[in-house]
Design a protein around this ligand. Structure first.
Ligand SMILES: [Mg+2]
Length: 284
């Protein structure tokens, strides 16, 4: 709901992705990250790197709920002099660990950070949220090799598999499936879940945190626009334009879905939902 309110300020944006990862970020901030909302620079904090800088709107929404940002500040999203630019900027925003607009760099930064933290004897963990589009980037796989080579079990990659990227459905742009098998071949402990199933996410993160000896990856199948039927079915969903009168409809639909119980547990997409355990081919 925070993300819808922010996107309305601009009349457009990456709202489909924000709704898609809202459940994931809720779990990360509520149940996974060891952090101090009033001290975002706390040295022992777990780091969440937003490799996908254009998902900043989703992270701001989560940071507000986590108490790092004031909800009232969200109204400044994308405005001049705001601390909340449309793409994530580490020097602007408390809780934004990296500037991630240039895709494919988050995992490399995570690898370096994790090596440094291990060298310091820090218990902090590094999470890197990346997109399925970033699996097209060679730098992602270089980092995946290095991370596994160094046995960095303080790293968890989180891949948002929404099966869509800027130029269209991922399957048509550059096929990346089977995603889980690829990470495993690179030496990672991998789990795949429905990224809009809160219980499945909680269980998976518990498993990954307990794993030792290699980096871990959570492959999350998410649905663009999740929770707002009008947006779930919209074409060209990578960067959405939403008409002025539609924002309230979107909020009403999200509220209705939540009242119906879908905001509190596992959900089903019209085709029965993605697999929670195995790779599958996707269509949009
Ligand atoms: Mg994508």
């Amino acid at each position: 709901m925070n993300a819808l309110n922010m996107a309305e300020v601009q009349g457009q944006g990456y709202i489909g992705q924000a709704l898609g990862v809202a459940d994931l970020l809720a779990v990360v901030y509520q149940d996974v990250l060891n952090h101090r909302p009033d001290d975002p620079e706390w040295p022992e904090r777990d780091r969440l790197l937003l490799s996908i800088g254009h998902y900043a709107i989703a992270l701001y929404a989560a940071l507000a709920e986590a108490g790092v940002l004031d909800v009232a500040e969200l109204e400044t999203y994308g405005s001049d002099d705001s601390r909340l630019p449309m793409s994530g900027m580490a020097s602007y925003t408390p809780g934004m660990e990296i500037s991630g607009g240039s895709l494919g760099h988050g995992l490399g930064i995570a690898t370096g950070l994790a090596l440094g933290l291990r060298h310091q004897g820090s218990p902090a963990r590094v999470y890197n949220l990346l997109s399925d589009g970033e699996l097209d980037e060679g730098s992602t796989w270089e980092a995946a090799l290095a991370c596994a080579h160094h046995g960095l079990d303080n790293v968890t990659a989180i891949v948002d598999v929404n099966a869509l990227q800027a130029d269209g459905p991922t399957q048509g742009v550059l096929r990346t499936e089977p995603v889980t098998a690829k990470w495993e071949a690179f030496g990672w402990h991998a789990i795949r879940v429905d990224g809009n199933d809160v219980d499945a996410l909680v269980t998976a993160f518990d498993d990954l945190r307990a794993h030792r000896g290699s980096p871990t990856v959570l492959v999350c199948d998410t649905r663009i626009g999740h929770g707002v039927p009008m947006l779930e079915t919209r074409e060209k969903a990578h960067f959405m334009r939403v008409e002025e009168h539609e924002w309230q409809i979107a909020r009403d639909q999200l509220a209705e879905r939540f009242r119906a119980g879908e905001g509190e547990g596992p959900t089903e997409s019209p085709d029965g939902g993605p697999s929670t355990t195995a790779d599958k081919e996707h269509t949009v």
